[in-house]
Design a protein around this ligand. Sequence first.
Ligand SMILES: Nc1nc(=O)c2c([nH]1)NC[C@@H]1CN(c3ccc(C(=O)N[C@@H](CCC(=O)O)C(=O)O)cc3)CN21
Ligand SMILES: CC(C)C(=O)C(=O)O
Ligand SMILES: [Mg+2]
Length: 272
Amino acid sequence: MGYLSTDKKKITTKTYAEMKAAGEKVTMLTAYDFTTAGIIDAAGIDTILIGDSASNVMAGNADTLPVTVDQMIYHARSVARACNHALVLCDMPFGSYQVCKEDALRNACRMMKETGVDALKLEGGVEILDTVQALINAGIPVCGHLGLTPQSVNKFGGYGIRAKEDAEAEKLVSDAKALDKAGCFAIVLEKVPAKLAAEVSRQVNAVTIGIGAGNGCDGQVLVYADALGMTQGFKPKFLRHFAQVGEEMQKGVKAYIDAVKSVEYPSAEESY
Ligand SMILES: Nc1nc(=O)c2c([nH]1)NC[C@@H]1CN(c3ccc(C(=O)N[C@@H](CCC(=O)O)C(=O)O)cc3)CN21
Ligand SMILES: CC(C)C(=O)C(=O)O
Ligand SMILES: [Mg+2]
């Protein structure tokens, strides 16, 4: 099976709590399709997130707002099928949980039923606390998401760092505590000062997952295409390219083009 096998055991929300207690960092990358998720899962990642960043990375939209529940279900089902080891987490898209608690619960139940993911992620703090509590009461593990919340890009007017000022930092701490008390198993902290994220990580039982939030978080998340160097032009300060897959893919594509044009491929051995 080569690079497509792993003997790591299945990660659950219980494993998350054990990892936080042991001080072992939790790893998370996004994926949106079966093939990519299979490669990432077999590499031994702890969590695969079907992010609403599918809107940008898969569909080419400028922000995450257009992606629908049906589209997220299609991506999530494809990813869940590929995962033998990772905890599979899925974003609830914009509009699917903001209208009212009942609507949110209906959409959340659909997403769980039709995809096989393990948990759902929602952006926001006290504003959506009743909704978060309703999902948890229904038996759905919930991951929070605070700081830079891309579904609110039109409110913030961009993707700048959040919670630099005292008032916003204090709100973030109280939001994190409220989500923790409601029973969230994890909370993503996006683009906030490292010192604040470390403080929140100490104050909550939930596993904090940082993106642009320093190394004091209990884990880290990146969009896989960003981490692997496939999203040319997107290079915020927090991002590191751990491979140059975009370049490598182009090398392969060019080799294929050359081989076909020169009638070198397919060879006799590759023909019937
Ligand atoms: N490819 C991709 N990667 C992501 O991390 C991602 C998405 N798409 N789509 C949805 C959200 C949007 N996210 C973002 C978007 C921009 C920045 C950012 O830092 N952008 C600028 C600075 C913008 C500013 O200061 O106003 C940069 O330096 O690139 C960070 C996270 C995170 N998510
Ligand atoms: C960047 C992560 C945290 C996310 O929410 C997404 O990919 O949609
Ligand atoms: Mg998201």
